[in-house]
Each structure stands twice: as C-alpha cells, then as structure tokens.
Design a protein around this ligand. Structure first.
Ligand code: GAR
Length: 200
C-alpha cells in the first residue's frame, strides 16, 4: 500500500516596502515578487508622503498602503499595524525618514535599505537621492554605485550585504548619474532581497 504523503506548503514571507518618492524601485520589487512564484510577496506599501508616485503604484497593483505620520512613527513605529498584517521583512526603497529604534529591535536583521552610493562614503543624514549624486560629483569621484545594507540605529551604517559600481564619465551630470544608479538598483535589489529572505 502506498503511504499518503503530506505536502506542507510554506507560507510566503510578507514584505512591507517603505518609500517616499517616485517608487521605481518599489515597482520592480512588486513585479519580482508578486508576479513570480517566489517565497515572498509585497503585502504592504508604506509612505510618509501622500502625494507620492509609490501610492499610485500600490493602488494600481492592488496592494494595501499605509500613510504614516511622523509623531506616531516615532511613538510606536506603527508596530501594531505591521504585526496585525503579519509583516516579516521591511524593505526601504527611497524612504527618507530614519527608522525608529523600536522597529529595528522588533525586526532585527529583517530591515534592509538601498543607498545610491558606495557606503561608507556619502551616507548619513540628509544624504538621499540627488543630494548624494551632487556630493559624489563635487568630490571628483571616478566611480559611484549602490549599497544594499541592513538597517541599524545609525543612518546608513548597518552591515553591508551587496555593492555594485558604475564609472563616472567626464561629462557626468546629476541626472545621468541618477539614471546609472537607478539601472543598477533595478537590476540587483529584488534578487538580493530574495537571497536575504531565504536565509532570514
Ligand atoms: C533611489 O535611488 C534610492 O537609492 C534612494 O532614493 C531613490 C529612490 O528612487 N534612496 C536614498 O537616497 C536613501 N538614502 P525611486 O523612488 O525611483 O525608487
């Protein structure tokens, strides 16, 4: 007699993407996980900005969104809301607020960020988006790139997971550099998130 086997279906990990801007990285991450048969799904989009592109993306993709307010964010980190919808991992994709300590402690090694330069250079408070590219060009760097890292209590400081580089040409502008950086981000962020998720 053939013994019946039990197939245990593993539940997908649930990702919250935090973003403040256009959301091109969020879009790529959603396409990667929600359109492919992966071990995770983007279950929530979180933004501090009501007028941002990423909320339109969430709506179009039928993903619930949460607009956060500064005082409450630094009071309870929206932890009850995140736990209620069973968020396992937090991915920052152009999120401009510092993550509160209580969130970092509750999601130890489960919050990752992408930074548009080669950390530890050009990181820290107020170093985001085009401000980073301006600083890189002003410093006369010959290369820039992306850094994917765990988030800890200090801005742009957590353990580095992955970096990729691009060259800076003589006639480089903030805009052309931003395009190169976005291309690297779109190429690598989702697969690195997937690798981190599998071992989390
Ligand atoms: C990305 O380039 C990301 O690295 C950067 O904001 C951009 C968001 O683009 N993040 C930071 O500067 C964080 N310090 P997007 O809205 O098109 O995804």
């Amino acid at each position: 007699m053939i013994k019946p086997t039990t197939i245990v279906q593993q539940e997908k990990k649930r990702i919250a993407v935090f973003a403040s801007g256009t959301g091109s990285n969020a879009q790529k991450i959603i396409e990667h996980f929600n359109y492919g048969n992966k071990g995770a799904t983007v279950a929530l989009v979180v933004s501090n900005n009501t007028a941002t592109g990423v909320l339109k993306i969430a709506e179009k993709e039928n993903i619930p969104s949460l607009i956060i307010e500064r005082n409450k964010f630094y009071e309870d980190g929206y932890l009850p809301a995140l736990k209620k919808i069973r968020i396992d991992i937090i991915v920052l994709a152009g999120f401009m607020w510092k993550v509160p300590d209580q969130l970092i402690q509750s999601y130890q090694n489960k919050i990752i960020n992408i930074h548009p330069a080669l950390l530890p250079k050009f990181g820290g408070k107020n170093m985001y988006g085009n401000f980073v590219h301006e600083a890189v060009l002003k410093a006369g760097e010959k290369e820039s790139g992306i850094t994917i890292h765990y988030v800890d209590e200090i801005y742009d400081h957590g353990k580095i997971i992955f970096q990729a580089k691009c060259t800076i040409d003589d006639n480089e502008t903030t805009e052309t550099l931003a395009d190169k950086i976005h291309a690297l981000e779109h190429e690598f962020y989702s697969s690195i998130i997937e690798k981190v998720l599998l071992t989390a």
